[in-house]
Write a protein that binds this ligand. Structure first.
Ligand code: AP5
Ligand code: MG
Length: 208
């Protein structure tokens, strides 16, 4: 199963990707996570990506496409994967179509007001990578694994604003997948579990 998750910042792509990967035992590939790991490790890629991420902008294609191409060649992607946050522009969608054939592109949508509400209260677990809500923490630690949590640098209010302005999903990406008959759209207004039911009903229609 090869799935692409599209959608605006904070709509729940990472949360749903985790649930899909757990149920179907496939790999989770988040370009945002790859950039953040590189930033934390001080790599050349991380230094370049940081400039764009801190400004709420997209990282240029020449950096982004290559990391996905390399990642998809790794063994753990053979059984399938969820691409979380890639592609975001038409050029990336076209590049991906040359690397592999995906089964579905699911857009997870949410209105800006709720996105701001969720992102301003999001905490990330350093240990298991789980994105969670401030209110779900247990004594300040991750409710899933007990790990230490942190606030993402790009969840600062001004950067959230910039991300919402600069990172709307372009219509030509939607059209690209619609033309291939692969596009699906759901809304993540309801709980994570209810949203996953919608996602899973789409996945269950995929023929293996
Ligand atoms: P990335 O890390 O992908 O950030 P993003 O797209 O802004 O999305 P987020 O990770 O912030 O949100 P999400 O949709 O995963 O939501 P989550 O599940 O955490 O990318 C970071 C940066 O890297 C980009 O800004 C860009 O600069 C760069 N980049 C990455 N990919 C790129 C590409 N392809 N091209 C160019 N640049 C790229 O949920 C959010 C919160 O809501 C959490 O607290 C969660 O617990 C909560 N939540 C989730 N679902 C629900 C629900 N149903 N009900 C209640 N709460 C919920
Ligand atoms: Mg995410």
């Amino acid at each position: 199963m090869k799935i692409v998750l599209l959608g605006p910042p904070g709509s729940g792509k990472g949360t749903q990707a985790n649930l899909i990967c757990k149920k179907y035992d496939i790999s989770h590939i988040s370009t945002g996570d790859i950039f953040r790991t590189n930033i934390a490790n001080g790599t050349a890629l991380g230094k370049k990506a940081k400039e764009y991420i801190d400004a709420g902008s997209l990282v240029p294609d020449e950096l982004t496409i290559k990391i996905v191409e390399d990642r998809l060649k790794q063994d753990d992607c053979k059984n399938g994967f969820v691409l979380d946050g890639f592609p975001r522009v038409r050029t990336q969608a076209e590049a991906l179509s040359k690397m592999t054939q995906i089964d579905k592109a699911i857009m997870i949508d949410l209105d800006d007001e709720e996105i701001i509400n969720r992102l301003s209260k999001r905490r990330m677990c350093r240990k298991c990578g789980n994105p969670t809500h401030l209110d779900n923490l247990i004594n300040g630690y991750c409710e899933k694994c007990g790990g230490e949590v942190y606030t993402r640098a790009d969840d600062a209010p001004e950067v959230i604003k910039q991300r919402l302005i600069k990172q709307k999903l372009p219509q030509d990406v939607v059209d690209f997948y619609k033309d291939l008959g692969l596009f699906e759209k759901i809304n993540s207004t309801n709980s994570m579990e209810e949203t996953f039911k919608l996602v899973d009903s789409i996945l269950s229609g995929i023929k293996e």
